[in-house]
Design a protein around this ligand. Structure first.
Ligand SMILES: *Cc1c(COP(=O)(O)O)cnc(C)c1O
Length: 494
């Protein structure tokens, strides 16, 4: 199994793709072809636990890793790190809908599924590359990736991690999670800008020759823990494969029978992993892409025009406040049948004018497989209140967007196929907004009192990783202009 770039043809190993993160021309690494599971292989996975299923999926892509290396990585990622022995359980919420709960990990968001595993995969990849260099993990975060990456990489040997987050674009709980992070190899810094600024800054630093030389001189190399790294995507494919196995196991589906998925989307990594799972043989019929008021993807799916020239909204689902969805580039590569020139042209249009129009053939593929919808904060709150009232089920603001859009899809199309909704964060991470959805009462000032109030109102428990932040010292309080990100990195690494 070899990997190519999305903007120019090349052949690299999975270890190279994971260690480097981004291709030298700014493109993303994608598999040259997709491995498939046969019906027998799916049947064999039904009795397996999550770690075994993960090893089966990873084994198909990371063919330059030994079975032992994969098993060790997977077990250290998922054994004893999640609050139950199923990292990605399904919860029934009625009307032929299931929540795929992806927030039982150490930072209470779905990013943990990938970022508990990535440090192991990266460490092995670096060893295979044998450069003897330290890896500098650069992260731009809309809130959840930052903490999950910090938790995964803190004090991991031969790595340093630098996280940039938008100063006014993350929830108080997300900010506290990041700024209290301990570890000798971690740096966390706010930027005066939004997530797209942070992501663009990181991408530019990655390909900047001067920075490259600086790192070389310090015997270091950059890598990425953002979903531009293929090592982030492959663990996300696992939970869609695992969900299918669970649906077969509990009789919700017969072998080969298809289901739909709805994914609350920002950078397009999670939903792309579902597309990759489908390429591997998981029978997903329709991909419902749910956005908040930053609905650039809804418009793209409906019109074939990607146009980032629009107002940027700060919403109650901050991890989806994104106007440039990086992983869409991988979908373009897939739908262009691997024609890198087409992708390179579209990406250069995006860079130069902030917009591009899909060729008709690719547009047809998007519309066949995808449905795009969005909802605003008010509709999200209504979805939280409704599902709690009807099913006593508590969901966060991001999952609420998906739930609202999933229901809108059904109402519009009449398609009652089993719906799996990716539930991407614990409601406690976004307690103020969730509380506003559930009660008209006055909210307490103190953030931890808010968590307790949510627990009292819903009869659920405050997740231990969040309760445990109380009293932790803030260790990282710097903030830089977006132009000064490279300077900050130089200072920290010197
Ligand atoms: C990151 C995130 C998303 C968006 O996922 P993408 O892979 O970037 O599309 C949605 N919800 C939550 C809670 C997140 O942390």
């Amino acid at each position: 199994m070899l990997f190519t770039g999305t903007r120019s043809d090349m052949s690299v190993t999975s270890a190279f793709a994971i260690a480097t993160g981004l291709a030298a021309d700014g493109g993303l690494f994608v598999p040259q072809e997709f491995p498939r599971f046969s019906a027998e292989e799916f049947a064999a996975m039904i009795p397996m636990d999550y770690c075994q299923r993960a090893a089966a999926v990873l084994g198909k892509y990371l063919t330059d890793y030994t079975a032992d290396e994969i098993r060790t990585c997977v077990e250290s990622a998922y054994k004893g790190t999640f609050d139950n022995d199923q990292p990605a359980p399904l919860a029934d919420i009625g009307n032929n809908r299931k929540m795929l709960e992806l927030w039982h990990g150490p930072t209470c968001a779905f990013k943990d599924l990938a970022l508990q595993l990535l440090p192991g995969l990266l460490t092995v990849a670096l060893k295979k590359g044998d450069s003897g260099r330290e890896a500098v993990i650069l992260v731009a975060t809309s809130g959840d990736t930052g903490k999950a990456a910090l938790a995964g990489f803190a004090d991991v040997k031969d790595t340093r991690i630098v996280v940039f987050y938008p100063r006014d674009g993350v929830s108080d709980m997300q900010k506290l999670q990041m700024t209290t992070q301990k570890g000798g190899n971690v740096s966390v810094c706010a930027i005066a800008g939004n997530f797209d600024d942070a992501q663009n800054g990181v991408k530019a630093i990655f390909t900047d020759p001067e920075m490259k030389k600086f790192l070389n001189d310090h015997n270091m190399e950059f890598s990425s823990a953002n979903s531009i790294n293929f090592g982030r995507l492959v663990p996300q494919i696992v939970y869609y494969v695992s969900a299918y196995c669970d649906l077969l196991k509990d009789g919700s589906l017969k072998a080969g029978e298809s289901f739909n998925v709805t994914v609350p989307t920002g950078n397009f990594g999670n939903i792309l992993a579902a597309v990759y799972a489908e390429k591997m043989g998981v029978p997903i019929k329709k991909f419902i892409c749910a956005s908040n008021k930053n609905n650039v993807l809804t418009d793209f799916i409906n019109s074939g025009v990607y146009d980032r020239n629009r107002h940027f909204y700060t919403t109650e689902s901050p991890s989806m406040d994104i106007l440039i969805s990086s992983n869409l580039e991988r979908l373009l590569h897939l739908f262009a049948d691997g024609d890198c020139q087409v992708v390179a042209k579209l990406m250069s249009e995006l860079k130069n004018s902030g917009r591009y129009t899909l060729p008709a053939g690719m547009m047809a593929k998007v519309q066949e497989k995808f449905y795009g919808g969005f909802c605003d904060d008010l509709a999200g709150r209504q979805a939280i209140a409704k599902i709690f009232k009807e099913r006593n089920y508590l969901c966060d603001t991001h999952t609420a967007v998906a739930l609202a859009v999933a229901d809108a899809y059904r109402a519009e199309t009449g398609d009652e196929t089993l719906m799996v909704i990716a539930s991407t964060a614990s409601a406690y991470k976004f307690a103020p907004a969730v509380l506003k959805a559930l009660t008209d009462g006055e909210l307490p000032e103190d953030d931890f009192r808010k968590l307790e109030l949510l627990a009292e109102l819903t009869g659920t428990n405050v997740p231990a990783p969040l309760a445990g932040l109380k009293g932790d010292k803030v260790l990282h309080s710097c903030c830089v202009a977006k132009e000064d990100m490279a300077q900050f990195i130089r200072q920290r690494l010197s």
